[in-house]
Each structure stands twice: as C-alpha cells, then as structure tokens.
Ligand binder design. Structure first.
Ligand SMILES: *Cc1c(COP(=O)(O)O)cnc(C)c1O
Length: 381
C-alpha cells in the first residue's frame, strides 16, 4: 500500500487568484482568509495577487511571519482572543484588528495604551441583513460572532482610549452566490456608512463553492460589478473582502488507492487508504467529495459493477465516508482515486490523530498527472 498524498496545483491557484483580482474593481482590497488553507506554498503563491492576509489565531500570525517575513498581516480576527493574542497582533503590526465584542475592545484599548500606541480596529457587527430579491436573512440572530448593531454603534461613538475605530467588518454567511454576496455587501456598506460613518468596510468571505460541480466557479465578474456599484454609491469608502474557500478549494487534490472492494446488502463499497482523518471536508459539510478513477493496470480481482458506490476510508466509524457516486464506473482494488476540490478546509480541519494512521504526503504538481503516474506503477505490497 502507498500513502495518500495531497497535491497542490500552485499554477492553477495562481491562475485562479489572477482571475479573481482582475474581476474586482481596482480599489477593492482582496484579503485571503488563511484559515482556509495555511500551506506555505499556497501563501507564497497568493502573495502577489492579494492585498493582504487575514489571520485568525496566533498560530496563523506565526505562519505568516515565517512564510512572508516583513509583510504584516492585513487583519487579525476571530472570537476568543486572549490578551496575549491581542498583544501579539499589536506587536506584529497587524493593519486592522477585527474586534468581536465591547469587552474585547476594552481589553485591546488597555493593551494598546499600555504599550503607548493605539489599535486600528474594525468592529465586527452581526447585522440582520436582508438581501433584496433573495428572501434570506443572515445574521441578526444570537451568535458568538460580532456585536449587536446597537453595541457596535455605541463602541464607534465612544471608543475606549487606545482604540481608533476605522470601520466595520461583517462576515455573515458562507455559500453565497454572486448576486447574494453583492446584495449583502451593499447592505453592509449602507449600514456601516449610515449608522457609523465608517470609512472602511470589510464585507467578509463566504463566496459559494459548488462541490457537486468541480467546473463551476463563483461569478467573480458579476460580483466585481456589484462591488463597483457599491463604490459608486459610497465614494471614498475603503472596501475590502476576505474570501478563503473560493480561492483555494480547487487547487488541492487528495489522491489515494483502493484497498478493498465489497458488496454489502446489495450496495458497493470501496475502501481506500486514508479517509476523513486526512480529508474531513465531506464529513464536515455532509457532501460527496468529487473524484476521478485512474484504473490500475495489471491488478485482477473484484470490481464494482459500475453502478453507485460509496467510497470510505480506514476509520472504524460509519462517518468515514469520503464520497458517494452513481457514475464512477467499475472500481477495483489498486485503482487510484483522485478526490478534487480538496484545497480548502481539508487537511487542516481533519482529526488527524484518530486511529493514529500515518499522515498523508504532500507535494506540488498537477493532480491528474500524479494520479495517472501512480496508477501506472505496479502495486506496492
Ligand atoms: C472563515 C472566515 C472567512 C473566510 O470564509 P470562506 O467561506 O472560506 O470564504 C472570512 N472571514 C471570516 C471572519 C471568517 O471567519
């Protein structure tokens, strides 16, 4: 058996990032949410195309300092920041700290004052945004994220000493298509300018990724047009976005091989090396991870009948399901499966120590080439 491997296609990532940048109006600042995939190669590849990086922990601050020294993170965000976290963000020269509560704002003000500086902050607000045309209300309910609008207004009017409120941050939902994301951005900026007189607004990430269709992409051009309208309506506002998943999801693949093929009460299962302890995305999102089969030459034995299969991993839990497919074709022992769209919230959210299997390997390259070469090799014992 051979160890599963994550393959990052950094050329494809650069192409994707270039297209996103080109679709956005020039003044819109593009940040990358590091938590989607903090791989050093990914960060290096994105660096020329983004205006900065959004870190959401001290670990991510450290990662950014190692990989991109001399380039302070654009934003530091996340709930539950300790005093040590806030002090680290101040010391790292983070451009904007996104503050989640009035109490956090007071602690940050005290730390900044004690170190003789002031903190440049965006207040994260939990707005009841209704996107016109889509009867969807996002935010506006109880949540650990952000402040109630009235609290944000109060913090902006009377900030504690040591705090310079530059504007508003909102990250209200994920899985937004371009028209909805555009409507949300318009509503957030409208609120921020009207209620707080915000000079800067970060409208967050959450751009949709469709795991049922690896060829589909978020409509960045349409979203860019919507943001241009927002800028026209509010000239002078600094507008920022911070996508994660939609930037990196497509650049990663998880490649592994089939260990066992079996039929259970009439249904076909293929058991692969590895599993959701390497690629937790399908378990976390409840979807079928799309995959392609590379047939192994020279291996005899049981093959599925070409109908529906469930692809599972090596964990002793029925939740270890990577995918279900009706159209994969016959699959046999030794075949190589290349799971696509494994470049965001994949390895880095996985429960890697469950059952103490070996971790996957990592490499850069073209995933389909790697899978084809793997399938051309004789099976390892
Ligand atoms: C996770 C997160 C993002 C990125 O979200 P995606 O769905 O990956 O685009 C952006 N901003 C904040 C505050 C987040 O928590």
């Amino acid at each position: 058996m051979t160890r599963p491997v994550y393959v990052h296609d950094l050329d494809a990532l650069a192409t994707q990032a270039r297209a996103i940048r080109a679709a956005l109006p020039q003044p819109v600042e593009l940040l990358y949410a590091v938590k989607a995939n903090p791989d050093p190669g990914v960060l290096h590849t994105l660096a020329p195309f983004v205006d900065g990086f959004e870190a959401a922990s001290r670990g991510e601050l450290r990662r950014l300092a190692e990989v991109l020294p001399g380039r302070p993170p654009a934003a530091y965000a996340g709930p539950g920041k300790t005093d040590a976290d806030l002090a680290a963000a101040l010391a790292a020269g983070v451009h904007r700290i996104h503050v989640e509560s009035p109490a956090e704002l007071r602690r940050l003000g005290a730390l900044a004052t004690a170190s003789g500086t002031s903190a440049q902050v965006l207040l994260r607000v939990n707005l009841p945004v209704e996107a016109p045309g889509a009867s969807l209300v996002m935010g506006g309910g109880p949540s650990p994220f952000g402040m109630d609008p009235a609290d944000a207004v109060e913090c902006a009017r009377r900030p504690p000493t040591g705090i310079d409120v530059r504007g508003i941050h909102a990250h209200l939902a994920s899985g937004l298509d371009a028209p909805l994301a555009g409507a949300v951005a318009a509503a957030v900026v409208e609120w921020a300018v009207t209620e707080v007189g915000a000079a800067e607004v970060d409208v967050g990430g959450g751009m949709a990724v469709d795991y049922t269709d690896p060829a589909a992409r978020f409509d960045w051009v349409g979203y860019g047009r919507a943001l241009a309208d927002v800028l026209d309506a509010h000239p002078g506002v600094r507008l920022r976005i911070e996508p994660g998943r939609s930037v990196t999801a497509y650049c990663g693949a998880y490649i592994t091989e089939v260990i066992d093929v079996k039929r259970s009460y009439g249904e076909w299962f293929v058991v692969v090396a590895g599993g959701t302890h390497h690629l937790r995305t399908p378990a976390a999102k409840g979807h079928a991870q799309p995959f392609r089969v590379h047939r192994r030459r020279g291996v005899e034995g049981v093959r599925t009948d070409g109908g529906p299969v469930t692809a599972v991993g090596q964990l002793c839990t029925p939740k270890d399901v990577l995918s279900r497919s009706a159209t994969a074709g016959p699959i046999g022992v030794g075949d190589v499966l290349a799971f696509a769209m494994a470049g965001a919230y994949a390895w880095n959210i996985s429960h890697r120590d469950f059952l103490l299997h070996e971790p996957p390997l990592f490499m850069n390259g073209d995933p389909q080439e790697v899978a084809a070469e793997w399938a051309a090799r004789p099976p390892a014992p």
